[in-house]
Design a protein around this ligand. Structure first.
Ligand code: SF4
Ligand code: MG
Length: 274
């Protein structure tokens, strides 16, 4: 375990800044286990993050990483992947970072089907900036910007990703850790834009305001309110009300952006281009 830690983490940057009970570490743990499982070369793997509690992850990971501007991780990642299509490029982002400030980048990266893996840490709130509601905050929830209850409807980010053109879409939770590892590994292996929504507990900025209890209570919610894709497929729609479906939700093979771009370069240069 110690060797694994040394291999994948910048030990001089630890301990991390996350609150006790925060689920972010579980998602990052799942990511490094997925990378380890796939045997990815760390020198060929880059991790790009935006801004927020989850995006602090890039600073702890012992890869080539970029901690970018709020909502812009996918733009940096797109540039990197175009310049170096040989790299595995993984984007770490939060619900606010990915779907509000970075919402436009998210839908267009999906539309292009560029070969990036995006892990959305969904804790239903802006944690770091003070507990404001995000586009993934459930209706009626309390946030510092909705003290009387949130009146907007949240996105389903998996549906948004699929409708925008992502070719691999999955959802996991920090309670179902082993499944999360496998979903992230499958997402990284997939050629094209892949998205994993990782439902994670923020006991401080979301849990407290909504009286959801401590971190174990919030993880118990993940256990009791989710259902696997397989189990869900056997139930009529009315019995799925209120349940969150987890697992691989969508996969298709489709032309990938950097490969298509290279074809254009080859056509224009007669095969002599870079
Ligand atoms: Fe985690 Fe929430 Fe604390 Fe941020 S505010 S570190 S998401 S528990
Ligand atoms: Mg968040």
């Amino acid at each position: 375990m110690k060797e694994t830690l040394k291999k994948y983490f910048r030990m001089n940057r630890l301990p991390h800044i996350w609150c006790p009970g925060c689920g972010n570490g579980i998602v990052v743990g799942a990511l490094v286990r997925a990378i380890d499982k796939l045997g990815l070369n760390p020198d060929k793997t880059s991790i790009i993050s935006g801004i927020g509690c989850s995006s602090r992850s890039s600073g702890y990971l012992n890869f080539d990483t970029v901690h970018t501007a709020h909502g812009r991780a996918l733009t940096f990642a797109t540039g990197l992947k175009l310049a170096r299509p040989d790299l595995n490029v993984i984007v770490l982002t939060g619900d606010g970072d990915a779907t509000a400030i970075g919402g436009n980048h998210f839908i267009h990266a999906a539309r292009r089907n560029i070969d990036l893996t995006t892990i959305v840490f969904n804790n239903n709130i802006y944690g770091m900036t003070g507990g404001q509601y995000s586009p993934l905050t459930p209706t009626h929830s309390k946030a510092t910007t909705s003290p009387y209850g949130h009146i907007e409807n949240p996105f389903d980010i998996t549906e948004l990703a699929r409708a925008s053109g992502a070719s691999y879409v999955a959802r996991g939770t920090t309670y179902h850790t082993w499944e999360l590892i496998n979903l992230i590994a499958d997402a990284i292996s997939h050629k094209g834009f892949s998205v994993v929504e990782a439902i994670t507990a923020c006991p401080i900025s979301f849990g407290r305001q909504n009286k959801l209890g401590n971190a174990p209570a919030m993880m118990k919610w993940q256990k009791e309110n989710t259902i696997s894709v397989k189990a869900a497929s056997k139930l009529p729609a009315e019995q799925l009300a209120g349940k969150v479906v987890i697992g691989e939700l969508y996969r298709r093979q489709a032309p990938e952006y950097t490969a298509e771009y290279q074809k254009v370069i080859d056509r224009v240069t007669g095969g002599n281009g870079q």
